[in-house]
Design a protein around this ligand. Structure first.
Ligand SMILES: *Cc1c(COP(=O)(O)O)cnc(C)c1O
Length: 383
């Protein structure tokens, strides 16, 4: 392993294996659910759900992806030199406080931006006036999510204003579902009806250069009527359904496997306490493996005495409290266990004892939050 020195701390010993075949396969399977010509927007916000935004973009940029969606203009700038063929779509709306050079950059680099106020449109128009830059704007319609969308009537005013300004262009109209991953889709269908009503009233679909989009992963998979011109897939690209899903119409493949080495083996006699708080006491003579991956690295403290890892194909228990930089596993039953051997912390198999689903269950959260906790300093190894 070469000596690694850089401005940014990296940990070559903590390894996230990113399987490009799985990522590309998932993308194609999701696209396969949609009518031909439906655009694919790959959601790569939050460091590509923990998978590494540069690595993920580099894999997907050669594929049939039309847009990359990010949360903020800062993430957009971060990947803008990597992306040539695709457009970058920023989910967070431009506002009237946004620094002029950022808005100028959005115009210059042809970013697609969300807009949700007249003040912000005016601000963008003033910043860009006199330049030959035109900023692409998407209006997010409130249909039931109750977050960033704007009401239909106000949206019509925004569209009028965008059409009237020389340096702004209406590039998209969209909405976002609150419950597309639930068993009961009635609320999602109500949202869809509200969205459709807006589209009909404004005859937006007659404007061929305006992209209409609504579906996140769950809606892409379960609500074909929501595909419109483009789908925005995040979690499903990474091989997970928003929540475990029986009879899924596509068989997605988890993209990431997180591993760290056993850095020390320690024999502990029966009846001995292990780690902070003495929350675990050995019931037999035990061989403990020390893994240098604690809650500072994104391994939840809630996994203490609860989670599993896999060493040499064998499922082993996490014992005692998770520490800041370390966690202990019981490797007594692993034959020929040795220092340097890799332990799998998050497996790339949804059924595994340490899948993102299994860990999410223990932590009382969703698989998104488990994946996103893969720390930026973990080395991404692309296969
Ligand atoms: C995050 C996000 C998505 C992607 O959601 P997934 O459930 O991960 O597919 C799509 N659209 C918007 C507006 C989002 O914020």
């Amino acid at each position: 392993m070469r000596l690694y020195r850089s401005q940014k701390l990296m940990r070559p010993d903590l390894q996230a294996h990113v399987y490009s075949g799985a990522l590309l396969g998932n993308m194609r399977k999701l696209k396969g659910l949609c009518p031909d010509g439906t655009k694919m927007c790959a959601v790569v916000k939050a460091n590509a759900y923990g998978h590494g935004i540069e690595e993920t973009v580099n894999i997907l940029k050669e594929a049939e992806v039309d847009f990359f969606a990010v949360s903020s203009v800062y993430e957009a700038i971060h990947i803008s030199t990597l992306v040539k063929k695709q457009k970058i779509f920023i989910l967070e709306a431009i506002n009237e406080f946004m620094a002029p050079d950022l808005i100028d950059f959005c115009g210059k680099r042809d970013f697609h931006c969300t807009i949700s106020s007249l003040e912000a449109i005016k601000h963008a128009a003033i910043v860009l006036s006199g330049s030959n830059h035109v900023v692409n704007l998407h209006v997010n319609i409130e249909t039931g999510m109750g977050r960033c969308g704007v009401d239909g009537e106000y949206a019509e005013k925004l569209i009028e204003k965008i059409d009237a300004c020389e340096n702004t262009r209406l590039a998209g109209v969209y909405t976002h579902f609150a419950t597309a991953d639930e068993e009961d889709l009635s609320y999602a269908y109500e949202q869809l009806a509200n969205f459709q009503e807006f589209l009909d009233k404004t005859k937006i679909r007659q404007r061929k250069d305006v992209i209409v989009h609504a579906a996140n992963s769950a809606a892409t998979i379960k609500i074909p009527e929501a595909h419109f011109d483009m789908v925005r897939c995040g979690i499903s690209l990474y091989g997970y359904y928003s929540r475990p899903m029986a009879d899924a119409p596509v068989d997605l493949e988890p993209v990431v496997k997180l591993q760290a080495p056993i850095i020390r083996l320690k024999k502990i006699p029966k009846g001995h306490a292990v780690s902070y708080g003495c929350s675990f006491v050995t019931k037999r003579d035990t061989v403990i493996g020390i893994i240098p991956h604690g809650y500072a690295d994104g391994y939840w403290r809630a996994f203490s005495n609860n989670a599993k890892m896999i060493v040499a194909g064998k499922v082993v228990d996490v014992v005692g409290r998770v520490c800041m930089d370390q966690v202990l596993i019981d490797v007594t039953d692993v034959k020929n266990v040795s220092v340097g051997q890799m332990a799998t912390i998050i497996d790339n198999d949804r059924e595994s004892a340490c899948s993102a689903y299994a860990l999410a269950d223990i932590a009382g959260t969703i698989c998104y939050e488990i994946l996103i906790c893969i720390h930026a300093h973990v080395t991404k190894i692309v296969h």
